[in-house]
Design a protein around this ligand. Structure first.
Ligand code: HEM
Length: 189
């Protein structure tokens, strides 16, 4: 018998749901400071949100790595994507989200380790300021960090959009699996 914290073929368990919704909140935090800054300019609010950019990035990297491991461990043991082109698109979209959540902070840390700007996380100096830039370490993030971060934001918008289509157009139970709803699904287990 499956425990509530494990995934099953019919719904996501507590561990997966905690990963999913905690990452939703911290990604919202990470993007909102930058987006608000772009839309209406710099303020005390955007300074506060953006002052944790590296720390939130570190938490996202850690959670994404743990979540990917948890996903592999549960691969044969969680709700399946539908067959056909929509299911394939959903599977590729989810893989893409994982890849970006790992790549975007990883490449930024590579830059931080090889950059004259140094790096402090949670008030602790990790890399001192003032060293020489190391080209191969800073170039990938200079080229890709921003563009891939905006791509991630667009994919998150698509992800939320498709979840709403499932809920309000197709009226299926895809959202319930991640909302931890009891009822029809659990009764069927
Ligand atoms: C998943 C985690 C992260 C996300 C979603 C993210 C997102 C973003 C976004 C949207 C921008 C603005 C790009 C633009 O202005 O066009 C940005 C810039 C920046 N981020 Fe991140 N970031 C993450 C992690 C990190 C980490 C861990 C660090 C540092 C160790 C970092 C350092 C920077 C820096 C220095 C910039 C300004 C230069 C640039 O655009 O490349 N980021 N980030």
């Amino acid at each position: 018998m499956a425990h509530g914290w494990q995934d099953t073929g019919l719904r996501y368990g507590l561990v997966t749901r905690i990963f999913h919704w905690s990452m939703a909140v911290i990604l919202l935090w990470q993007f909102s400071g930058i987006v608000i800054n772009r839309l209406i300019g710099r303020s005390a609010l955007t300074d506060m949100l953006n002052s944790t950019h590296g720390e939130i990035g570190a938490v996202i990297l850690l959670l994404a790595a743990l979540r990917a491991l948890w996903g592999f461990y549960n691969l044969g043991n969680r709700p399946k994507h539908e067959s056909g082109p929509l299911g394939t698109a959903a599977r590729l979209g989810h893989i893409g989200l994982y890849v970006l959540m790992l790549f975007i902070p990883a490449v930024a840390f590579l830059r931080a380790f090889g950059s004259e700007w140094g790096l402090a996380l949670f008030g602790v100096e990790i890399v001192p300021r003032g060293a020489e830039d190391i080209g191969w370490m800073v170039t990938p993030a200079n080229l890709l960090h921003g563009i891939f971060a905006w791509t991630l934001l667009a994919m998150i918008a698509g992800h939320i959009g498709m979840a709403l289509v499932h809920r309000f157009v197709w009226k299926d139970e895809v959202i319930s699996r991640m909302a931890g709803k009891t009822g029809k699904l659990q009764a069927a287990e």
